[in-house]
Design a protein around this ligand. Structure first.
Ligand code: HEM
Length: 371
C-alpha cells in the first residue's frame, strides 16, 4: 500500500520513480464557464486525493448501485498511484476567458515528417497520466474519475503501457529496463532526484515569460510510437546497435564497457565510433549549446494486440517532461527527423499538455492559481 504524497509544489508522477504500469488518457472537457471549470478542478482534486492515499469504500444500500467499480475490493490500496493532470491547447483556445492565460509554448502537436497520426489518438483538452504498481490500480482510478466527473469529462483516447522495475544491484549500481526493440531505455536520462537540475529542465519558473499562475508546472509531450518489431527482429545486431549508438546487451556506448559509461563525442568528431546520425547522438549531441534541450523521459512499452494486416501492434508510449516545450521535445524531435531508426518506428498519436502546478495542501485544488 505504498503511498506517493499528493500534495507539494509540483504534481507527483513526473520526478517520482517510475512504477510498473502507466496509462495516459485524453479527455474533452465539457465545462465551459469559470464556475464549471472550478467545479471540475475541485472534484477532480478530491477524487485524486482519495485514490492516491487509499482507503475504505463506504457501504451503500444494496438497492443502489455500488459507490464505485469494486475492482480493488472494499479496501483501496494506493499502490504507488499517481494522477498527473495536464491541459491541452484547445482547453484554452475554446474558452474566451482562458485565452489570455494559456502557457506561452502550449500548442497543438504538429505532424513530424515520419508521423502517420491517427486523429482519434491525438490531442485533447485534458490529459491524465496514471502510474501505479499494477495496471488494475490505474484502471480503477480511471473508472472512478469517469464515473464521478461524467458531467465534465468525455474520454477521447487512451494508451496503457508497462515496464519492469529493476531493483538496484547490491553494489548500488542500477540498470535500465529494456524497450520492445530490446535496448536499455533511460540510460542517459537526467537524474530525477537532482532537485536543482529538475528546477532547470523540468519545472516552469515564475516570471520566465510564462503566466504567473503556471509556476511549478511542466510541459508534457506524449507520443504513441509504433515499433515495426517483425522487421526489427530480422535486422542484423550490428545494424541495430549502429542505429541507436549503443551496445544491445550491456547498454554501454561504443568504446565503453558498462551502461553508465559516457560516450566521448569530442574525441570522435567524425562519428567513427558513435555514428553522427545514431539516435543517441542526434537526440543529445552533448555540446554546450544543446544542454538547453535536455528532457526528462518517462516511457512505457505497449502491446495492443494484432493489426488488421496481421502484424504485432507494439511500441513505445513516449512521455517527456520539460520546462520549455520548444527547447525540449520539439527541438530534439526535429534533430531526430530523418534518423535511420525511422525505418522501424511510426508515431501514430499523442499530444502536448501543460501539467498544472502542484496542490499545496488540503483546501487547495488543481488549477487554483489559474482561476
Ligand atoms: C536515448 C530508444 C524515441 C529522445 C534512447 C536510447 C534508446 C532509445 C535505446 C538509449 C538509452 C537511453 O539513454 O535511454 C528510443 C525508441 C524510441 C525513441 C525505441 C521510439 C520508439 C525518442 C523520441 C525522443 C527521444 C521521440 C525525443 C524526441 C531520446 C533522448 C535520449 C534517448 C534525449 C538520450 C540521449 C543521450 O542523452 O545520450 N532512446 N527512443 N527518443 N532518446 Fe530515444
Amino acid at each position: 500500500a505504498q503511498v506517493v504524497p499528493f500534495y507539494g509544489p509540483h504534481q507527483a508522477g513526473i520526478v517520482t520513480p517510475r512504477p510498473e504500469a502507466g496509462l495516459i488518457v485524453s479527455f474533452t472537457v465539457v465545462a465551459q464557464t469559470r464556475d464549471e471549470v472550478e467545479d471540475l478542478f475541485r472534484r477532480l482534486t478530491e477524487r485524486a486525493v482519495f485514490l492516491t492515499s487509499g482507503g475504505k469504500v463506504p457501504d451503500v444500500d444494496p438497492k443502489l448501485p455500488p459507490v464505485e467499480s469494486g475492482i480493488l475490493g472494499p479496501d483501496i490500496a494506493a499502490d504507488a498511484l499517481t494522477v498527473t493532470v495536464g491541459l491541452g491547447s484547445s482547453f484554452f483556445d475554446d474558452r474566451d476567458w482562458l485565452k489570455p492565460l494559456k502557457p506561452k509554448r502550449l500548442k497543438t502537436m504538429v505532424e513530424f515528417p515520419n508521423d502517420a497520426l491517427d486523429r482519434d489518438l491525438c490531442h485533447g483538452d485534458l490529459s491524465i497520466q496514471f502510474c501505479a504498481n499494477r495496471a488494475d490500480v490505474n484502471i480503477h482510478a480511471l473508472r472512478d474519475l469517469m464515473k464521478n466527473l461524467s458531467d465534465h469529462l468525455v474520454i477521447r483516447w487512451m494508451q496503457a503501457g508497462d515496464v519492469p522495475v529493476i531493483p538496484p544491484k547490491p553494489d548500488g549500481s542500477s540498470e535500465s529496463a529494456r524497450n520492445f526493440l530490446g535496448f536499455r531505455d533511460g540510460t542517459a536520462n537526467p537524474d530525477a532526484g537532482d532537485t536543482a537540475l529538475m528546477d532547470r529542465i523540468v519545472w516552469v519558473e515564475a516570471g520566465k515569460d510564462e503566466p504567473e499562475w503556471a509556476k511549478g508546472g511542466s510541459y508534457q509531450a506524449v507520443r504513441i510510437i509504433r515499433n515495426f518489431v517483425e522487421r526489427w527482429d530480422r535486422t542484423p545486431l550490428q545494424e541495430q546497435e549502429t542505429i541507436f549508438g549503443r551496445q544491445k546487451a550491456s547498454g554501454a556506448p561504443f568504446g565503453g564497457k558498462v551502461e553508465s559509461d559516457l560516450p566521448d563525442y569530442a574525441g570522435d568528431p567524425d562519428g567513427r565510433l558513435t555514428p553522427l546520425d545514431s539516435h543517441i547522438r542526434l537526440a543529445n549531441p552533448r555540446t554546450a549549446d544543446t544542454q538547453a534541450n535536455l528532457i526528462l523521459r518517462r516511457p512505457f512499452n505497449y502491446s495492443n494486440g494484432v493489426t488488421k494486416s496481421g502484424q504485432l501492434d507494439q511500441g513505445l508510449l513516449f512521455i517527456a517532461y520539460q520546462a520549455d516545450l520548444d527547447q525540449g521535445f520539439i527541438t530534439v524531435q526535429n534533430r531526430l527527423n530523418g534518423e535511420p531508426l525511422e525505418e522501424y518506428i511510426k508515431p501514430v498519436g499523442g499530444g502536448y499538455f501543460y501539467v498544472l502546478p502542484g496542490v499545496c495542501c488540503p483546501g487547495d485544488y488543481l488549477g487554483k492559481t489559474m482561476m
